[in-house]
Design a protein around this ligand. Structure first.
Ligand code: CP
Length: 304
C-alpha cells in the first residue's frame, strides 16, 4: 500500500491487517519507553490546511514514537496566506525531503491531488465532507475488544451525516467488517443520495436505541453551513441529542462513541460523555497506535 486515502478503496483484509498491526503498536505504547527505531531516517510532514487537535497531534505522536522526523505545516502563518497554491505548497515541502504527507484539507479530494503531485506516500487525515479513513480505523479498533467482533453488530450514526466525512468512512468500515448501520438524522442533515448507501435510515432516535451495540454521535458542523438546515440547535438537541434518558434506553453494554470535538449539551450531554460505556477518550488514545500502524505500513510494509 503506498497511500491511505479512503476506506472505500480498501479490502476487508487490508483493514484487518492494519487493526492487528495496531494491537502490536499498542503493546509498544505500553512499554516504559514507548518508542521504536522503525522509521528512523524517515520524514513525515503533517500538512494541515484545516483545523485539527486530535488527528494532527495523534499523527505527530505516532511518527515520533516510530522515531521518524516530523515537520508540521498549518496554513495559519504560512505562505498560503500570501496566495501560494496547494500544489506549490506540497512541492515546496517535498523539496525538503519528505517520505509521507499527512493531509487535511477542507476540499473533498485534495489528498488525491497531492498524491498525484508528489512521490511520497499520502495519508488522508480528513478531506472536506468526504473521507477520514484513520478515524474509521481507530473507531473499529476501539469497538472490537468491547464487542468481540463487528460481524452482525448494529451501529447507529446520529446527527450531521450530510457534512460528515467520519460518517462516510465509518459506514464503509463498519459494513466491511460485517456490521449493519442505521443513520439517524432529520431529513435536512442527510445527503440526497442516501438511498443508494448500504444503510437503514431513521428520523426518530428513541425506537432505535434498545437494539444497538454502539451509538456514534456526530457534531453539528456549523463551519460547513449546517445552521440554516436546522430550526434551532435547542430543537435539534431535544430530538437528536443523547441525554441521560436516552442513554438509559440503550442496552447496558452498548458503546457510546464520538469522534470529537464534542459540543456538550447539543449532540451529547456531559453526563452521557462520562458514562462507563462512553469510549470517547479510548478512541483518542487508540488513534496513536492505529496511526503508527498506518505510517509503518506505508513507509516500511511487512511485520514490525
Ligand atoms: N476527530 C477529529 O478528526 O478531530 P480533530 O478535528 O480534532 O482532528
Amino acid at each position: 500500500m503506498k497511500h491511505l486515502l479512503s476506506v472505500a478503496e480498501m479490502q476487508r483484509g487490508d483493514v484487518e491487517e492494519l487493526l492487528e498491526l495496531s494491537a502490536k503498536f499498542a503493546e509498544v505504547l505500553d512499554r516504559p519507553i514507548p518508542k521504536v527505531p522503525t522509521l528512523r531516517g524517515r520524514t513525515v510532514v503533517n500538512a494541515f490546511f484545516e483545523d485539527s487537535t486530535r488527528t494532527r497531534l495523534s499523527f505527530e505522536t505516532a511518527a515520533k514514537r516510530l522515531s521518524a522526523d516530523v515537520m508540521s505545516f498549518s496554513t495559519k502563518g504560512s505562505s498560503v496566506d500570501k496566495g501560494e497554491s496547494l500544489r506549490d505548497t506540497v512541492e515546496t515541502l517535498e523539496a525538503m525531503g519528505v517520505d509521507a504527507f499527512v493531509v487535511r484539507h477542507s476540499s473533498s479530494g485534495a489528498p488525491w491531488q497531492v498524491a498525484s503531485w508528489v512521490d511520497a506516500s499520502v495519508v488522508n487525515a480528513g478531506d472536506g465532507t468526504h473521507q477520514h479513513p484513520t478515524q474509521a480505523l481507530l473507531d473499529c479498533y476501539t469497538m472490537r475488544p468491547h464487542l468481540e467482533s463487528l460481524e452482525g453488530r448494529r451501529v447507529a450514526i446520529v446527527g450531521d451525516i450530510v457534512n460528515s466525512r467520519v460518517a462516510r468512512s465509518d459506514i464503509d468500515a463498519f459494513t466491511l467488517l460485517g456490521a449493519s448501520v442505521v443513520l439517524v438524522a432529520p431529513p435536512t442533515l442527510l445527503p440526497r443520495h442516501v438511498a443508494t448507501w448500504q444503510v437503514e435510515v431513521s428520523h426518530d432516535l428513541d425506537p432505535i436505541l434498545p437494539d444497538l451495540d454502539a451509538i456514534y454521535m456526530l457534531r453539528v458542523q456549523m463551519e460547513r453551513g449546517t445552521g440554516p438546515r436546522l430550526p434551532s440547535l435547542r430543537e435539534y438537541a431535544a430530538r437528536y441529542g443523547l441525554d441521560g434518558r436516552r442513554a438509559r434506553l440503550l442496552p447496558e453494554k452498548a458503546l457510546i462513541m464520538h469522534p470529537g470535538p464534542m459540543v456538550r449539551g447539543v449532540e451529547i450531554t456531559p453526563e452521557v460523555a462520562a458514562l462507563p460505556n462512553a469510549v470517547i477518550t479510548e478512541q483518542v488514545a487508540n488513534g496513536v497506535a492505529v496511526r503508527m500502524a498506518v505510517l509503518f505500513t506505508l513507509l516500511r510494509g511487512g511485520a514490525p
